[in-house]
Design a protein around this ligand. Structure first.
Ligand code: PLP
Length: 397
């Protein structure tokens, strides 16, 4: 490939250095650890003085280095499988600060969680509660649990990432809640800590969170009247990031997000608030760096064919997600042309963007697909027997 084309002349409007870009075979994920640190510090600043803990939802990015850095900065972990529990232990998270969610926890995963004495199981059904009680009994343990409530709040996000409406599989609907609370209280090996909610992902408006606060307040009142105290209130995660303008908003508006709960919730002094953020912590820290393999012109279209595909970053194919795309090799003053930016995988959905404006692009140009730190590398597969993307790290601070 013709390397002389790599002029890297857009360094002024992005943070990539020539050394970083040259240090791996494309495609690869490039992570900005300075931004990751700054993001976590901002979370700490905005939650200072609140009686709360913030968990990092590992599934957003399970890269060892990333999860270890976040553990080192003192966040808890939100986990959805036995594999993630093990990864979180290896990365140095404290088991007390781990919560374990998911509708399909298997027996070995429950056993692992109980053995490690995880802080909390977020339980999603009456059947699961039975099984946890039974396994805990066999092991001579008490299982600390929160009941995941499906609050039937539509977060108006993509249908595949909405989790808090009545017609999806997550949580316990409000009509069933009293029964399951009663069941949890009555089971001998279950210790009911509180309630858990998670209404969706890539939520940027505060209205759904305000509605969640109202519902939580109402439930706390109702149960307190019956003499039931929830010491733990977990409001999940889902805060979105700015995919259109990653450089204008590299760190999400945590002031607004945490402020919404600080103002909206009427928590009692005995209640501790839990958050579980994934995307908002890691999303803007990652970029997928890829090279143009071919430019293919037809009468109707110009296709820019990359060496990265849906196996490296599946969000566009899976959710119709739009990531900002930049040509790092093209001079700033080149005229723009509309093109379809596609991958090499043998699927029609292997498309990163349609009719996307890029400066005139040629074979060998380096392309940055931005805001790819969340649900990028962690969802990568080797479909078509393609090698998994590598990761490189830099710290611009
Ligand atoms: C995925 C998930 C999260 C994190 O979601 P984000 O949208 O990445 O913040 C939090 N809680 C639970 C239960 C999850 O499944």
């Amino acid at each position: 490939m013709n390397d002389s084309k790599d002029s890297y002349n857009t360094l002024t409007h992005n943070r990539f250095t020539k050394e970083v870009l040259q240090c791996a075979r494309t495609p690869f994920y490039c992570y900005d650890l300075g931004l990751l640190h700054a993001t976590v510090l901002e979370i700490k600043r905005q939650t200072a003085g609140m009686n709360c803990i913030v968990h990092y939802a590992l599934k957003a990015n399970e890269n060892k280095r990333i999860i270890s850095e976040i553990a080192r900065m003192g966040l808890g972990a939100d986990l959805v499988s036995g594999g993630e529990i093990q990864a979180a232990i290896d990365a140095g998270y404290n088991p007390q600060d781990m919560s374990y969610s998911g509708v399909g926890k298997t027996d070995w995963e429950i056993r692992l969680g109980l053995e490690l004495e995880l802080g909390c199981f977020n339980v999603e059904s009456s059947a699961e509660l039975e099984v946890i009680n039974q396994i805990a009994g066999e092991m001579g343990r008490q299982a600390r649990i929160a009941i995941r409530v499906n609050p039937d709040i539509d977060a108006h996000t993509h249908r595949y990432i909405t989790t808090g409406t009545a017609d999806n599989k997550f949580g316990i609907t409000l009509d069933m809640l009293p029964q399951v609370v009663r069941q949890a209280i009555d089971l001998p090996h279950i210790q009911l800590l509180g309630l858990h909610f998670h209404i969706g992902s890539q939520i940027t408006a505060m209205r759904p969170y305000q509605m969640l606060c109202d519902m939580v307040n109402q439930l706390i009142d109702e149960y307190e009247n019956e003499g039931i105290r929830f010491e733990q209130i977990n409001v999940g995660g889902g805060l979105g990031i700015n995919y259109e303008q990653p450089d204008e908003q590299p760190i999400p508006n945590f002031e607004q997000y945490f402020g919404t709960f600080r103002q909206g919730l009427k928590l009692r002094p005995y209640q501790r608030l839990h958050f579980e953020l994934g995307r908002a912590i890691v999303g803007q820290c990652g970029t997928l760096i890829t090279r143009v393999t071919y430019v293919k012109e037809s009468r109707a279209k110009r296709f820019v064919i990359l060496d990265a595909g849906m196996n490296d970053l599946v969000r566009p194919a899976l959710y119709g997600a739009c990531h900002k795309i930049q040509n790092l090799s093209a001079p700033d003053d080149l005229p723009m042309a509309r093109c379809d930016v596609v991958g090499p995988v043998c699927e029609s959905s292997d498309v990163f963007a349609k009719d996307y404006p890029l400066p005139i692009t040629r074979r060998g140009d380096l392309i940055a697909i931005r805001s790819a730190g969340a649900y990028g590398e962690s969802m990568a597969s080797s479909y078509n027997m393609r090698p998994l993307p590598q990761a490189v790290f830099f710290n611009h601070l």
